[in-house]
Design a protein around this ligand. Structure first.
Ligand code: GLN
Ligand code: ZN
Length: 771
């Protein structure tokens, strides 16, 4: 065992890695685009790593083990997959004789190549971050073949605390490889993973690491297909084994994103791990009696939210910490989750309303908060000034007139069940069939077309006042006309306007609704090099003017085919924004629902015949604990139905969801009561279909046949194959043909090639069905 070292008084569970100016994104994309060579890429990455560690030290994370070593190139789960050499068979040629991959190999797993599909991507717990799902089979090679964290230790020295995904979460988050027998579960490979961790830990010990952090969010979740008892038994086995090792640093097991629960806590306290982290923001604070079992282990209190952007109520947080301290002698202060979910620094948001900005804490402000709280815990008198300033800021927020508007509250209070109910589906189906006159297996896309450089430049120029609104509108108009023409040439049946005017599907609405603020630099990693800039929903929401009607009607005027109006749903607007923490989510969702309801009424009045309300995020906000799910689905589905419930039966309502665990939410999707639902399915090879069939889902369904998250162009027969699976499993009358998701991130070349194949596949299968 390495030298005993008390756990740092203040730390954070993780820090953004994308870089304050998105340096990582740029390096990755330049390298992939062959604008820089490997040596330059390596230099840039080393530079970023050093800058990050130094920056955290400048912010005060200098104590031994206080500086989180969670810098990875693409994804923290992928990093562990590569360190364990757990490479799926189809990528076997990338593996070097020692079992490891070079960075090109790592990127190939993430992005796919030729006919080899990338690892599947799935949302990380209830966040908007995507991880790459490991594929584990009975014979997958698993051993410690590389230790990328040592590089960070070399740079960070004793302050650095390597952060790894824990074995339980790694295996529960994995899926069985394609060649595994039917009942195989990745958890069966626990021993191999533990052997790998034994090596990592001994390497850390040899490098003088004092603390290692193992993230086990799997333990806050009781909705795995594996029972809670079994999950906890695996956790017990894991941490008994790891903590009994003699050649290791001290172990900090962190349980972010939800309440660990007394059962989970007891499993960890019974082992010899030295520190346990609890998320005190997402879950209730355990009672003093429950915390007693911690004994002389360190409790790392995740009291500052790693998920939202609001200043912590320091007085309240300090009181909570003090109460815990009564029963837990070794108490440290941290964030509830990694700060990878928030932007770097609120101080640079100089174009935000200064009052709103004063309410905010991004990653760097949160680091200051944990330190203030740690000082206050040691000596409350040392932070009197900070507490006073904090109280003043919170009061200014509570008293701001936009925070609560009487007319909005009256409108949500007046909502009835009838407002959330449409005509019965059979009547809608008949009315819409008559108006739309669509062929069997109608083809469509999910909404966005590639955002060209010209459009991005025009938007930037408009923002900088280099072109005026008329010029900008002209660019958008031309782009829409081009996209409509392209779709007509391709032979698609239901067209879209392409969303050229939208920087982001949520931000666009946030910018056009009251109650939101948008940031300039507030980027957060979504996956790999992709980032989003979540808006900040701080007040009551109202719609003061129509938002999408002008562009949708213009696009419709260019074609006789139906043009889909395109809206983002209430739940997704919330999931991809930073939402106020001073109001129930149900209330906020209904406020958004009412605003969108007015927009749909305006689209309908303007002659639009199909409106798509995207809800890709419904699944990601699903509580990790089964007990919370019913209530969540009640308000989230309710808000969608409030938005769409005013649509007349002739108006076809589509929705779009992008993830493959259809079975988890098939009930909820059914309750959304949309006429047509499109959903991601291609990466998972259509394995959503049995769930649809079993459930008896009878409305329109478009299982995606093109994985748009990869630059790969699927061949025609591949798309025919996926589509044939769909028509075999469902009633062909139900089936729509579309890509997995919007095309915004794709290039035009691959878009056109793939859509040709998609239309070709629909025609081929249609011909067979009609023969
Ligand atoms: N309509 C959106 C688009 O096409 C949907 C994107 C999504 O589901 N994430 O971009
Ligand atoms: Zn999608």
């Amino acid at each position: 065992m390495t030298e005993k070292q008390t756990f740092p008084a203040a730390t954070v569970a993780g820090y953004p890695r994308i870089g304050a100016n998105r340096e990582l994104k740029r390096s990755l994309e330049h390298y992939w685009g062959q604008k820089i060579d490997r040596a330059t890429f390596d230099t840039q990455i080393n530079q970023q790593l050093t800058t990050r560690i130094d920056h955290l030290k400048d912010l005060g994370l200098t104590e031994p083990g206080s500086n989180p070593g969670d810098f990875v190139l693409y994804d923290q789960v992928l990093t562990l997959t590569c360190a364990l050499g757990a490479v799926p068979q189809r990528f076997g040629n990338l593996v070097r004789p020692d079992g490891s991959l070079d960075v090109d190999g790592e990127f190939t797993l993430a992005r796919g190549v030729d006919d080899k599909a990338a690892l599947e991507m799935t949302k990380w717990f209830d966040t908007n971050y995507h991880y790459l799902v490991p594929e584990i089979g009975p014979y997958t090679q698993i051993s410690a073949v590389a230790n990328p964290w040592l590089e960070q230790v070399k740079v960070g020295g004793s302050a650095l605390r390597p952060v790894l995904i824990g074995p339980v979460t790694y295996l529960l988050g994995a899926k069985a490889s394609a060649d595994a027998p039917t009942h195989f579960q990745p958890l069966q490979r626990l021993d191999a993973v533990l052997a790998g961790f034994e090596v990592f830990l001994s390497q850390f010990a040899a490098a003088g690491v004092t603390w290692v952090q193992l993230d086990e969010p799997a333990l806050v979740c009781d909705t795995w297909s594996t029972s809670r008892e079994e999950v906890l038994e695996v956790a017990r086995k894991t941490y008994e084994f790891l903590s009994k090792l003699t050649n290791r640093p001290q172990i900090f097991v962190n349980a972010p994103y939800g309440p660990l629960g007394l059962d989970g806590l007891n499993v960890l306290t019974a082992t010899d791990v030295e520190a346990i982290g609890l998320d005190l923001v997402a879950g209730p604070v355990p009672s003093p009696a429950d915390l007693k079992t911690i004994g002389d282990k360190t409790l790392v209190a995740g009291i500052v939210s790693g998920r939202n952007v609001w200043r912590t109520d320091l007085r309240q947080a300090l009181a909570t910490l003090q109460a815990i301290h009564q029963v837990v002698p070794n108490l440290s202060v941290s964030t509830s989750t990694s700060l990878q979910h928030v932007p770097h620094d609120a101080a640079v948001e100089t174009s935000l309303d200064p009052q709103v900005r004063s309410w905010l804490a991004f990653a760097d402000q949160k680091i200051a908060e944990v330190q203030t709280l740690a000082r206050g815990l040691a000596d409350p008198n040392s932070i009197t000034a900070e507490l006073a300033e904090n109280a003043e800021i919170l009061a200014s927020r509570a008293n701001h007139p936009g925070v609560k508007r009487a007319e909005v509250r009256q409108a949500t209070a007046a909502v009835t069940v009838a407002d959330r109910t449409r005509d019965p589906y059979p009547q809608r189906l008949a009315a819409q069939a008559e108006i739309l006159q669509l062929p069997l297996l109608p083809t469509t896309t999910i909404g966005s077309f590639p955002q060209t450089t010209e459009i991005r430049q025009a938007r930037a120029a408009f923002r900088r006042h280099e072109i005026d609104e008329a010029q900008y509108d002209e660019e958008i108009r031309n782009e829409i006309a081009r996209v409509v023409k392209l779709q007509e040439d391709l032979g698609l049946d239901v067209l879209v306007h392409g969303e050229a005017e939208r920087n982001d599907m949520v931000q666009f609405f946030a910018e056009n609704l009251e109650g939101f603020a948008t940031t300039e630099h507030g980027w957060v990693q979504s996956y790999g090099s992709r980032c989003t800039r979540p808006s900040i929903l701080w007040g009551d929401v109202t719609r003061s003017h129509p938002i999408t009607v002008e562009w949708s009607t213009y696009a419709q005027s260019l074609t006789t085919k139906p043009m889909k109006g395109m809206l983002t749903g209430p739940v997704t607007i919330m999931a991809w924004s930073f939402v106020r923490d001073d109001e129930s989510r149900a209330e906020v969702a209904d406020q958004l629902g009412l605003a969108l309801r007015d927009e749909i009424a305006d689209l309908n009045a303007a002659g639009i015949k199909i409106v798509q309300v995207d809800e890709p995020a419904i699944r990601e906000l699903l509580p990790l604990r089964a007990a919370g799910r019913e209530q969540y689905l009640q308000w989230s589905v309710g808000a969608f139905r409030l938005a769409t419930g005013g649509a007349p039966k002739e108006l076809q309502i589509h929705t779009h969801l992008c993830y493959s665990e259809f079975n988890v939410v098939v009930d909820a999707i059914d309750h959304l009561d949309a006429d047509v639902t499109s959903i991601e399915a291609s990466r998972s090879k259509m394995d959503i279909l049995p769930a649809v069939h079993e459930h008896g889902f009878e409305r329109g369904l478009g299982p995606g046949i093109w994985d748009i998250h990869s630059p790969r162009v699927p061949k025609l027969d591949e798309e025919v194959g996926l589509l044939e699976k769909a028509v075999a499993a469902l009633d062909p009358q139900q089936v729509w043909v579309n890509p997995d998701c919007g095309l915004k991130t794709r290039a035009y070349a691959e878009t056109v090639a793939t859509l040709e194949n998609l239309v070709g596949a629909a025609k081929a299968v249609r011909a067979k069905l009609e023969a």
